[in-house]
Ligand binder design. Structure first.
Ligand code: NAI
Ligand SMILES: N[C@@H](CC=O)C(=O)O
Length: 365
């Protein structure tokens, strides 16, 4: 059976949840999907780094039984107190690098370098980090193609909800004139809690505890996270080449209790909406802004951390994809879906990067 060796870069909510999926479902996934997964390296800013490329790789159970804040790789066999990211990414033999460190909305670093190092080494990458995809997606996809590696990033927009893959695989032949939607789970959750009478700070704290929020939740409530996602949607779906300065951006921090009350009295709901629309001259206008939507608007009923993206098409009218926009496990599934996509590319021969095989398959030849 084919086996993919994984290097997990960043071991926070999402990559830890991926490790849980592998630990709990690995055998079932192998039987269902036809490939085995082995974690051979983990790096984290707080815990350090752990590398084990022999036998079963890293035993995930004791790591997952340890509280995140108490994880310390330094005293373990193959462990170090330092993340050693560049050495792990470039030199530790792995097939796929799963990049799930903080999104840096300013320049996408250090994740952008992590992705570039992996692709330069001919290793495929799956990531939920919006920075590299929004700020250097075109260049990184070109590098991946040059090195025969895959670059998958379904989780960068709408967590595990397959909005990018739906557009990529199901909309052939359609002319898409624009996309708009609720693309941030944290802010949508917060707006719902404000409607319930909670204050902003308490609502933000709840979102953090639920694992929805960015490391700096300012990105969620000021719209910066949505701006990155709008850029990704515009560039991937509408063929644009937007930069951050092309996207006007306003968050939800100016929405106070009175605004919420007045909206409710008028049968409206505040939502943070990101949009990218093709102009008649073919260029794309994009923005992030709060909007008070009438109850019968398709996006008004989107609640909690649920998100939704509406695609405006010529032959189908509006097609809306909705599902979880945040959540540790939901987003870990995005990484698993990327690995499945990488596997399927490998089976079709589109993927030329080397792939390790289990001992049985090697023996069989
Ligand atoms: N949590 C969610 O619902 C979603 C998260 N994402 C994205 O996925 C990524 C990970 O999110 P979470 O796991 O929730 O964040 P998190 O904050 O729980 O985990 C990030 C981890 O990366 C580590 N880290 C930061 N810089 C590092 C470095 N230079 N080297 C090694 N490790 C480093 C941190 O120590 C932390 O453990 C972020 O980019 C986020 O924007 C995307 C979709 C949904
Ligand atoms: N903080 C983000 C995580 C997913 O991208 C959000 O809340 O949407």
């Amino acid at each position: 059976m084919i086996r993919y060796d994984l290097a997990l870069i960043g071991f926070g909510g999402v990559n830890r949840a991926l490790a849980e999926l592998i630990a709990e479902r690995g055998d079932g996934l192998a039987a269902e999907l036809g490939f085995a997964l082995r974690v051979v390296a983990i790096t984290d800013l707080r815990a350090g780094s752990l590398v084990r490329t022999e036998g079963a790789g890293i035993d995930l159970a004791p790591l997952l039984a340890t509280a995140p804040g108490e994880l310390d790789f330094s005293g373990l066999d193959g462990g170090s107190p330092e993340p050693r990211n560049e050495w792990v990414i470039r030199d530790v033999p792995a097939d796929i690098v799963a990049e799930a460190t903080f999104t840096n909305p300013v320049d996408g670093e250090p994740a952008l370098s992590h992705v570039r190092w992996a692709l330069e080494a001919g290793k495929s990458v799956c990531t939920t980090n919006k920075g590299p995809v929004a700020l250097a997606g075109r260049a990184l996809k070109r590098l991946a193609a040059e090195r025969g590696a895959a670059f998958e990033f379904e989780g960068a927009v709408l967590s595990g909800t397959p909005v990018l893959r739906t557009a990529e695989r199901m909309f052939d032949g359609l002319r898409i004139s624009g996309v708009e939607g609720i693309m941030n789970g944290t802010s949508n959750y917060i707006l719902g809690r404000l409607e319930a009478g909670l204050g902003l700070a308490d609502a933000v704290r709840e979102a953090q505890l639920l694992g929805y929020a960015e490391a700096d939740p300012t990105a969620d409530i000021e719209g910066h996270d949505v701006r990155l996602k709008v850029m990704i949607m515009a560039n991937e779906v509408l063929g644009a080449d937007l930069r951050q300065e092309d996207v006007s951006c306003e968050g939800i921090t100016a929405i106070g209790a009175r605004d919420i009350e007045e909206a409710a009295a008028a049968g409206l709901r505040w939502k943070l909406v990101g949009s990218a629309v093709r102009r008649p001259d073919g260029t794309v206008a994009a923005r992030v802004a709060p909007a008070a939507l009438p109850a019968d608007h398709p996006l008004a009923g989107i609640s909690g951390a649920t998100n939704a993206v509406a695609f405006h098409t010529d032959l189908l009218g509006t097609v809306t994809v909705s599902g979880p926009g945040a959540g540790r496990t939901e987003t870990a599934y995005a990484l698993l879906s990327d690995i499945i996509a990488i596997h399927r590319r490998h089976l079709t021969g589109a993927e030329t990067a080397p792939v390790r095989r289990t001992r049985e398959e090697t023996v069989r030849g």
